[in-house]
Write a protein that binds this ligand. Sequence first.
Ligand code: ATP
Ligand code: MG
Length: 553
Amino acid sequence: MSEEKSLNFIEEIVEEDLKTGKYTSITTRFPPEPNGYLHIGHAKSICLNFGLAKKYGGKTNLRFDDTNPVTEETEYVDSIKEDVRWLGFEWANEFYASDYFEKLYQFAVVLIEKGLAYVDDSTSEDIATQKGTPTIPGSRNQYADRTPSENLALFTDMRAGKFPDGSKVLRAKIDMASPNMLLRDPIIYRIKHAHHHRTGDTWCVYPMYDFAHGQSDSIENITHSICTLEFVPHRALYDWCIENLGIFPSRQYEFARLNMTYTVMSKRKLLQLVNEGHVNGWDDPRMSTISGMRRRGYPAESIREFCERIGIAKRENLIDVGLLEFCVREQLNKIALRRMVVFDPLKIVITNYPDTTEWLSSENNPEDQSAGHRDIPFSRELYIEKDDFMEIPSKKYFRLAPGQMVRLKSAYIIKCEEVIKDANGNITSLHCTYIPESKSGSDTSGINVKGTLHWVSVAHAIKAEIRLYDRLFTVEDVANAEGDFKDHINPASLQVIENAYAEPALCKDSADDRYQFIRKGYFCLDKESTAEKLVFNRTVTLKDGWAKEVKKA
Ligand code: ATP
Ligand code: MG
């Protein structure tokens, strides 16, 4: 059995509700507004909602909260479905709040008939001033005195398109003196002559969030409606609507939204980054979007693990992105195929090696024997990294230097015999010798060397482009940093290496594979890769470079 974990506060509520028999099974929902791509904050909400239903044998609906006609697009709907599935969850039903427009309209009619809603012709400025302030009660205007039949006639005409945008609204009649400003006769319907992505031009009146969300929950018999803390003041209105309409009593529970260091997590800001060209689209691997993380090579398991580890908080906090990267590394270490790629080549010639190719076997993943082996070609001319050689080595430099020996990974020990330079004194290649008895796996040379280098055979190398990503922002708490959030964009968040050299096993591998480029980090094939040109994204470094930077500072 798995270890006992303490319950989070929402699980406690659910267990209590099941124990007391309030519900025999639970239904949750994930309710994205289709006005952008999902980000890691949404992943948190997805894992929570779907996770609860999974744990307690209930179900979860995917509901598109598409009551605002102007910002929503089908492209976003499709991307959201793809992202939820990729994260590993399947919804019981796919619903659209816009499918409830007729029901919601009828709910508004019920309130009108009960004398609990009225049509107000005031300007939005007047409505705002009449609302008062948190310390000064608001006051009603003459429109609040309209009779139910007058209101019904006007609301019918609003629906029929007889009035222009902004000329009238429908307000719930609650309490103009309530300390909760949202209860001071909130607007529940507005006129908007706008085309909706699903209902087209059928409607010109649209419900406000507060009149759509709770009722949609209720229509779907949602037992636990989980949202983020900013909706705490909305709960009273949520409950008021359900109570006065006498419909299924869904209940709202709030938890702290996920905030993460060095990134932004609001669709509005992410959209700005896309539209202003700071990144290359919603799925740019530097984005906090699920599609960006997928393209960057983050496994879905790692994102789920991260959401599990951070738990459910009742107070806002800022989570270190290093924790997410830790989860990514942990998973990739288990599944990544080890490969050798030289980013900045220096040619070496093994002068005592014959003019042939030898295929050396090497493990695909020392952490996973079932991953098997691959063959790596070894020949007279090889590439190593430029910075794995020093002509005048410093003390404790265990890599290659004149007269010094190193091991080539999965191959032989070599010794640098001569440095070859051009007329200007630039190093063009190294002449080395190899020790035939030192072959990895059957080494009888008795020689011990401290350094092991990665390498590729010149004749067999495949050219590849490598994209290295760094944090998109230079400050930890981007949302609360001074000035505009875009002032803090890291100008060096993308570094492209045009001509790296990869061992040939890489072109045979499938696009879904994850790699560890030995000594370099974890990588995956980018979607822009072609048969002619391989493009790799660095998913994450081998170690946390930032933790060191922070400690130094
Ligand atoms: P954004 O501000 O990024 O646009 P949103 O809350 O407007 O986010 P919705 O599409 O309305 O986005 O959100 C769908 C669900 O995801 C909601 O239940 C919302 O509470 C939840 N959610 C959104 N952002 C976060 C976050 N950072 N952490 C946890 N849950 C979130
Ligand atoms: Mg929203």
